[in-house]
Ligand binder design. Structure first.
Ligand code: HGY
Ligand code: MN
Ligand code: MN
Ligand code: MN
Length: 401
């Protein structure tokens, strides 16, 4: 039985309202503290020293904090109704890999550190990889402090409530200077390893990825008393925008566009909305491709808005360019495993953010369904075991004498 699976089950028991084998967890210390407390307990039970950096990321040290550390880990937060593996598998496999190395009497020549990044999914404050972007300095701290969650709580207030000082949010060169390399294990989000017949692989690249908030402004009114000719109903251009997203993505090879969240205000069944907010997630193999998708969607939404007597406002919430992982480290990781397949991914990861600052690699574990961000997300126990074994071997190779 894989060492990772019992840890995953234990995590699921503490995770906020487990949803059909998954978790529905919030980011950055709203319902997330139970998961962070769980991790801290597990790390300390292994004699690791846990501390929280200025951006709310957890670091559990095996060995005295210092330069050249071999870092591994992932995130514990999830999307609403997400699967049980996206994030947690990387964290519990890191704990299990420490168990494997300890059992072998391995004594690391460099510090080995387990990290849990805050708010990777952007589920609370709307910016994916929030904790790792703040750490890496790729997100403006002033802008971040003012981010608001669905209840209107700012990130600054949330950070203060966890005992951290919001004034110190932002690029953390001291923490980065200690990182010799970072290896993130993650369940694959797709069927690449299934098609290759391999339990474990390494990441080659990540699509360029951005998130935009498009707001249609119309005129709130009565659903029954308002004749069609008198309406400025923002839901109509919102509908055009959703269809335009699919058309735009289809016109750029390999691109993806998703409107996963559409919020009319005030949201009454018998009320013509005054505004509709649409969040567009757009991705493509390069920045220009992603930008083209967004431009097409915005143009279509603006045209549809004008036709309905509405207006459109657009706000970029996050953007990250294509990530190509360092071939050198990728070869070392793959070599340590006797050679495993390399494959691209469309999913974003903290490793994709860290890759801009430190040598970074990713290990993928096979997902027989290929599904992610939904309860059908899965990894078989044997493949979880293969992931732990691979991660332990990579850590020993990188942190060995
Ligand atoms: O959206 C993503 O690709 C990642 O799961 N945050
Ligand atoms: Mn995810
Ligand atoms: Mn993830
Ligand atoms: Mn009435």
């Amino acid at each position: 039985m894989s060492r990772a699976v019992p840890l995953l089950d234990a995590l699921a028991d503490v995770g906020a309202d487990r949803v059909r084998g998954g978790y529905s967890r919030h980011g950055f210390d709203r319902a997330d503290h139970t998961l962070r407390e769980w991790f801290t307990g597990e790390a300390e039970a292994r004699g690791l020293d846990v501390d929280v950096d200025r951006n709310g990321n957890l670091w559990a040290w095996w060995g005295t904090p210092g330069p050249g550390a071999v870092v591994t880990g992932s995130h514990l937060d999830s999307v609403p109704g997400g699967g049980a593996f996206d994030g947690p598998l990387g964290v519990v496999s890191a704990l299990a890999a420490v168990d494997v190395l300890r059992a072998r009497g391995f004594d690391p020549a460099k510090p080995v550190v387990l990290v849990v990044f805050a708010e990777e999914e952007g589920g609370r404050f709307g910016v994916p990889c929030l904790g790792s972007r703040l750490l890496a300095g790729t997100l403006d701290a002033e802008h971040a402090r003012a981010l608001r969650d669905p209840d209107g709580v700012t990130l600054a207030e949330a950070v203060r409530a966890t005992g951290l000082d919001p004034a110190t949010l932002g690029r953390d060169d001291e923490s980065l200077a200690r990182v010799g390399c970072f290896v993130e294990l993650h369940v694959e989000q797709g069927r690449g390893l299934v098609d290759l017949g391999a339990p474990v692989g390494v990441a080659e690249s990540i699509l360029a990825h951005g998130r935009w908030r498009l707001t249609l402004h119309g005129e709130g009114n009565h659903a029954g008393a308002t004749a069609l000719a008198d309406r400025a109903d923002p839901m109509l251009p919102a509908a055009s925008l959703v269809l335009a997203a699919r058309r735009a993505a289809a016109s750029v090879p390999g691109a993806r566009a998703t409107v996963g969240r559409l919020v009319p205000t005030p949201g009454g069944t018998n009320v013509i909305p005054s505004t509709v907010d649409a969040w567009l997630d757009a991705r493509a193999s390069d920045g220009p491709g992603t930008r083209r998708v967004v431009e097409d969607v915005v143009a279509a939404a603006r045209e549809a808005a004008e036709a309905e007597g509405c207006t459109l406002s657009v706000r970029e919430e996050s953007y990250g360019g294509t990530v190509t992982f360092d071939a050198g480290l990728r070869e070392v990781v793959s070599g340590a495993l006797g050679g495993v397949p390399a494959l691209p991914t469309g999913a974003g990861h903290d490793a994709g953010v860290l890759a801009a600052r430190v040598p970074t690699a990713m290990l993928f574990v096979r997902n027989p369904t290929g599904v992610s961000h939904a309860p059908a997300e899965h990894a078989e126990a044997d493949d979880c075991e293969a992931g732990v074994t691979a991660l332990a071997r990579v850590l020993a190779h990188l942190a060995g004498s």
